[in-house]
Design a protein around this ligand. Sequence first.
Ligand SMILES: Cc1cc2nc3c(=O)[nH]c(=O)nc-3n(C[C@H](O)[C@H](O)[C@H](O)COP(=O)(O)OP(=O)(O)OC[C@H]3O[C@@H](n4cnc5c(N)ncnc54)[C@H](O)[C@@H]3O)c2cc1C
Length: 495
Amino acid sequence: MLPHTDQLTFDIAIIGLGPVGATLANILGQYELSTIILERDPATYHLPRAVAFDDEVMRIFQSIELANEINAIVEVGAGAHFVDKNGKVLVNWARPQEVGPNGWFLNYRFHQPELEGILRKGLSRFSSVKTLLHREVCSLIEYEDGVDVEYKDLKTGKLDNIRAGFVIGCDGANSFTRNRIGRGFQDLGFHEPWLVVDVILKKHMPDLGPQSVHHCNPNRSATYVFLAGNRRRWEFRLKPEDDPIDISRPENVWSMLNQWIGPDDATLERAIVYTFHSSIAEQWLRGRLLIAGDAAHQTPPFMGQGMCSGIRDVFNLGWKLDRVFKGHASEDLLETYEIERKPHVKAFIDLTVKMGHLINTTASSLVSGTVSTAADEPQKLTQLRPTLGVGLSACRTEWTGQLFPQPRLQSGELLDDLVGRRSAILMRHEFLQQLPRQIIIKMEKLDIIAINDPATGIQEWFNNKDINAVLIRPDRYILGGARTVEEVDTLIKAF
Ligand SMILES: Cc1cc2nc3c(=O)[nH]c(=O)nc-3n(C[C@H](O)[C@H](O)[C@H](O)COP(=O)(O)OP(=O)(O)OC[C@H]3O[C@@H](n4cnc5c(N)ncnc54)[C@H](O)[C@@H]3O)c2cc1C
């Protein structure tokens, strides 16, 4: 069916302007794809859920050219300890206080409404992106060449509709889009109600410490979280006999907090019970409907990875949508989105679930396998860097599907700032001289940049690897590697 003559049409409709939808809209804006965002709420939610993100996510903010603004509102995270009820450290998850391989610190603390404010303000840069707030999507009808999206203006009650080539549901845990796709969830085994308490300190309380602390206790596990500025958070696992409303009353909250702080030290910002879930949607795309973020997966917050995974989803998806709309790839390319992202996010959820069980039982062996252990010392947890599922690849190597690091180039510029939204072939310094002119021309035509910068970070990456060049995609993941000029040609052709 063709759109009505007066119906507005867009390349993409995004449902939901949470952090994931807002990041996607910035990505699509950069690609100049015509995009409409429909968001049910009239304004950004004024309280945070997410409080931490990692270096890869900061790299994504860098690529949407908002890292400077975001860097100004964050604090570098100091890591986390898992302790038993006697204070013995069972697991040490340290975050070094220096810049890591992605060109950013490993962990940042932030206030979610401020971050979302920056992401939303970023959209004003793009005339191709239109935002409609206070509109609830209530119907999606798919046609061969597009989707009719019907929505209700929640101020006037009036129904309206638009047509979009694809609909991306960034519509959260109760996703309408996921329901339309029509498949259920894979249950990953962790579903627990926790009381989340946010406070604003009235005075400087350095004794609380900059590190988050997970108090592992089968009786009542609790977590202290250092947020940005003077905000702090505590989370308490509910016991079966706890009533969620009763436990959230200020007098009960203060009695749970009293071993750390009291009303003279801080004001309560909120106390609310969330049920933490671990699950992955069985199907992330069907025809012209796709989902990302909490719509596609839910992660308990112990690793601070739910939002991060959603932001990775849309960075994986954005450049693929661009290639499809610009005619450089068929719609089949979008199939690789779910294939690549699902195992990646599952690795984070699986580790988070193990952490949740550790917090509830004190059994630190539950997280073994991802930790490095020394006798009589706390286990040490290192940053998880999963590989993408096997989707796109050419000249596949053991590094295919891994995130390429972001060193500074000899000029002092960060790698991604030079690469921009392009793909890049990075190579050993001496290898570029061997590439025939016609290959260089082919790369230029395909907007692939060749980089043989002598910066140590790049050259060191090739140490002990039997390849001379590697192709990285616009989302900075490795497509494949090449030993010879012929293999470089194959990589380029495949791309
Ligand atoms: C206590 C807690 C702590 C957390 N800490 C962290 C952390 O430190 N780090 C981290 O990475 N993650 C953390 N998370 C997870 C993180 O908050 C979520 O993963 C993230 O907010 C999901 O973002 P989203 O954009 O996918 O969905 P949401 O933020 O839920 O946004 C979905 C949007 O879609 C809109 N919407 C829904 N249906 C419709 C419709 N039909 N029409 C129009 N609009 C619609 C909603 O109004 C909403 O604005 C935490 C979660 C909790 C609960």
